[in-house]
Design a protein around this ligand. Sequence first.
Ligand code: AMP
Length: 291
Amino acid sequence: MSGAKPFNQMIVVTTTAALKAEIGRVKEMGKSVGFVPTMGALHEGHLSLVTEARKHQAFSVVSIFVNPTQFNDPADLDKYPRAPEKDLALLDEGGCDLVFLPEVSEVYPEPDFRKFAFGHLDSILEGAFRPGHFNGVAQVVSRLFEMVEPDVSYFGQKDYQQLLIIREMVRQLNLKVKVVECPIIREPDGLAMSSRNMRLSLEDRAQAPFIFQVLKEAVGKLSFATVENIADQVTARFRANGAFRLEYFAVCDQENLEFLTGRPSKPFVACIAAWLGQVRLIDNLKAIPKR
Ligand code: AMP
């Protein structure tokens, strides 16, 4: 038995053996493979990555796997939204060719003890607040790359630090896959789409666009004010709002996430993380300083 099940136009596989058989078939036909790794509970942000893959590669693969090794908080793993049936319908509609939907034992037949060394990239921002998170991300993405053997893989700017980590992992492991960055897809009110948004109460959902509003204003002011000054203003605005608990606001070099000070003189990314109720939200905005 091949283990591959059709879902309307799409193939759904749950085992590594079935996945490899399908990918082998596709490669034999000389088709290029575009890959989008996800944790499911899909939204338009994820689908925009699938659209990119479809535009540029002959065969598109999406994985849906809530990776336990990247959750430093077990409660966060338990609460992570899951909606496999809806996800499959969305991907089928979005023209995805193959979905890989593995159990934990398929991805980790044995525990993965690898420790990656990402230095500064792993010790700041998300890495500082979620110790071990990026090591888990690198473990799962490197395994998925090994299984899917994509020519190109698509990642969202929404998780900008993750994107840089993946690029560094690809460099360190000398993998052939090209990593492509895709823009952040937002709700009409500016809130960055996220699977976690569905856990917001109605009241908190109404408050949530505040994060992007503050971020946008901060980035606008950085052409004539210093990072230190703007960081103080952002902190003060979050304190005054009361609904949020700001974890960090930082302005970093777009290339390597080195912290910037003074008036930025190179392309930068302003990054933010804040708790709203029981939900942790992140966002970022890139800019090139006007001189
Ligand atoms: P996740 O399922 O949250 O692990 O995300 C899977 C991929 O989708 C990652 O590359 C994310 O950066 C990307 N992604 C998540 N949200 C968005 C968004 N709002 N816009 C674009 N890409 C996104």
